[in-house]
Design a protein around this ligand. Sequence first.
Ligand code: 7UC
Ligand code: FE
Length: 317
Amino acid sequence: MNPSPDSSRASAPPERATPSTPVSLHVELPEARRVGAVIHDLDARAVTPGQVAAIHELVYEHKVVVFTGQELSNTEYIAFARALGEPQIYFQPNYHHPDHPEIFVSSNVPMNGKKVGVAGTGRYWHSDYQFFAEPLPMTMVYPQEVGGEQRSTSYIDMVQVLADLPPDLAALVRDARFLHEAKWRYKITPEDIDKSITEILEEFGALTPTVSHPAVGRHPVKARDYLYASRGFTVGIEGMSPEEGRAALSELLDWVEREEHVQHQPWRTDRILLWDNRQVIHCAAVTDLGARSTSYRIGVYDGRPFYTNEPGARVLA
Ligand code: 7UC
Ligand code: FE
């Protein structure tokens, strides 16, 4: 398909298959106000530069992309991520796949009798690496074991949310900077035994100091504005007292998380999800009780700034 920007696509009818083109992708576009273009049966093992450009355009335009019919080995999966950008190595090694540090493992299933990765990651609204000065532009998730009947990742379109904000909340976010922190989501590791909660918070807080980002970011490719805030990591508002900031954020995030804003993308072991962490926030569904769940995530840097309207993050002491 033609990778050039075309805003009319956003309102294209669903299930419109693109005819065979030089990049030959079979794509289903989402309905208006929905995220998620579906790319059918891409040969992810032999992706061409034209296909990569088309995938980038689809993920920037439609915020989420689903690749159907995938059956990739770990090395093929990493190679696919490398074709799309630069794979991330997550900053905490306890999340790494034992043979492939690029793969962030979310799993409750031991591998060769040993715990691998972390169980139950990201079960709160967030954007990946929101708490760092350079957040993660794109994330891919490849479910290996689905973990029950109705497993999914849920998304909120933060471009749409920003456009629809009621006037009082729009005034709150205009020219504001929000503070983000990871330490409240820290997962205890075996090395933490015998440490106090205070010690753990201090140590992890020193590793991941509070950062501030503009509350509204401008997308580097689409030049659209998105609201950059989440219940998971956003903890305050620059220039407000902690209490004032928390109260204002809680009102904003209650609006953001309204049922009508939430879209679900079901998990299948033959589907890879790819999303734009600038334009959506996401939340992982809880695993059914006793069900085995494993997913392989790869974060991808696209070589572009996270937002272009402001010079960048501020790291607070
Ligand atoms: O265990 C988790 O929920 C992981 C989270 C603290 N960070 C994921 C990320 O990339 O921001
Ligand atoms: Fe996440």
